[in-house]
Design a protein around this ligand. Structure first.
Ligand code: FAD
Ligand code: NAD
Length: 368
């Protein structure tokens, strides 16, 4: 059953078709989404002869799920005609024979339901590099299978899944870019074939020590993305304030990159970064370099357990820190405050901000 809001926005049913040449099979999905369709909204997997295409249309998911009639090669091409909402998935035939049909329908094929009701789908990704960020935090670079098309939108997280001592353990992580500077080219930086995760390893944790034990070349299951953040929240934004604690910095990374590069109305972007000690500050040098390079960006570090040499700010999140930090660049400017960190940090932050008079729409907290 479709709810009324969706009925008004998009025609009810998506459909699909397919055609072939001697060596290619093209599957076409007509989403009828006339604007705003982009390649983040289409997730394609091809595993063991099964093709799965999940088209995400606002809060809904249209699924195509087929056991293909014949074998195809691993690499797939996904093309999106944004203006007409058409998605094309091009498959290369393994033996160039004519196909009489595309294949057999599998579970939930041709269904159109709420995205949150679809359930997570996992594919195995290969660990290709592991690099230190601080004494306890590392960047894990995972390579998606060649037959997967998955781009994680700004502000969203994925889940990693692993069997540990016979039990399936699932934990959320927020993909990051490989650096804060978009002109800082590194391998795998701007492609969509890799996911980079910045993960703090807790020696007594359930999941992270196991993740840390993965060797280069090992595989781990990675889900589709989830999250309530929408890019529309920063469109025409003027002032952006980011409150991050520890690894709560991870969703801020792509957000910073996105806003500074794509939101031309933005005048100030300020990050208040809470950590225990100086050694815990993630990407401190990069943040300071960015602040020097881009006059719209400012960063403040607040330590809760500083060594005595620390001359910067200290303490934990408080109303007085926030009232001093969050200031509109002009009266009635369009503002957003994003909060992420340990649950008590996030909850206190939201409460202080509401007490200071910021509305619910002006506050976004990253949660699972
Ligand atoms: P856990 O077993 O959960 O333990 C964590 C710490 O708490 C350890 O020090 C442990 O000793 C202690 N602990 C556990 N249980 C107790 C208890 N009962 N009492 C007292 N102490 C206890 N993390 C990242 O590093 N990077 C990310 O990008 C990231 N993104 C996230 C996105 C979302 C949406 C959410 C919700 C979380 C995210 N996290 C991220 C956190 C991540 O999901 C895990 O919670 C984290 O990696 C810890 O997992 P773990 O199983 O290793 O540790
Ligand atoms: P940490 O223990 O090193 O603490 C970092 C800072 O957080 C501290 O210096 C302090 O200022 C603040 N803080 C910690 N506990 C607090 C409390 N009880 N009350 C007020 N402030 C407090 O942080 P960490 O180990 O890096 O943990 C980061 C947290 O962020 C984890 O809980 C993780 O699950 C969460 N996280 C959430 C998301 C998300 O999208 N929801 C993403 C990444 C991380």
């Amino acid at each position: 059953v479709l709810d009324d809001t969706f009925k008004d926005l998009t025609p009810r049913f998506c459909s699909y078709d397919w055609f072939q040449t001697d060596c290619l099979v093209t599957v076409v999905i007509y989403t009828k989404q006339k604007k705003g369709m982009n390649s983040e909204m289409v997730i394609v997997d091809h595993q063991d002869g099964r093709l799965r295409v999940d088209s995400i249309l606002r809060d809904y998911s249209y699924l195509l799920h087929i056991e293909l009639s014949y074998e195809v090669q691993e690499d797939i091409t996904v093309r999106i005609a944004e203006k007409v909402g058409k998605v094309e998935i091009v498959l290369k035939k393994k033996n160039n024979l004519p196909w009489s049909k595309l294949g057999q329908p599998l579970e939930c094929h041709n269904s159109f339901i709420k995205y949150t009701d679809r359930g997570l789908y996992y594919r195995k990704c290969k660990l290709v590099s592991k690099t230190e960020v601080t004494h306890d935090t590392k960047l894990f670079c995972l390579m998606l299978p060649q037959s997967t098309h998955l781009q994680v939108p700004v502000g969203q997280h994925i889940y990693l899944r692993k069997i540990i001592a016979g039990t399936e353990i699932v934990k959320p992580y927020t993909p990051v870019s490989c650096s804060l500077k978009s002109d800082f080219k590194e391998p795998f930086c701007h492609d969509s074939t890799h996911l980079i995760l910045m993960v703090k390893i807790y020696p007594n944790g359930l999941f992270t020590p196991e993740l840390d034990h993965l060797q280069i070349g090992d595989y781990i299951s990675v889900s589709n993305s989830e999250g309530s953040f929408k890019k529309s929240q920063v469109q025409t934004l003027e002032d952006l304030f980011l409150l991050a604690a520890g690894t709560g910095f991870t969703p801020m990374i792509k957000l910073l990159n996105y806003v500074l590069t794509n939101v031309c109305t933005v005048r100030i972007v300020k990050l208040m970064f809470f950590n225990k000690t100086e050694d815990d500050i993630l990407w401190r040098n990069q943040l300071e370099q960015l602040a020097l390079k881009d006059k719209r960006f400012e960063v403040q570090f607040i330590l809760s357990e500083p060594r005595k040499e620390w001359t910067g700010k200290q303490g934990k999140i408080s109303s007085s820190l926030l009232s001093e930090f969050v200031k509109r660049s002009k009266k009635d400017s369009k503002l957003l405050i994003c909060v992420c960190g340990p649950t008590p940090f996030t909850e206190q932050g939201i409460q202080f901000l509401q007490d200071l008079g910021y509305s619910k729409e002006e506050i976004h907290s990253f949660t699972a």
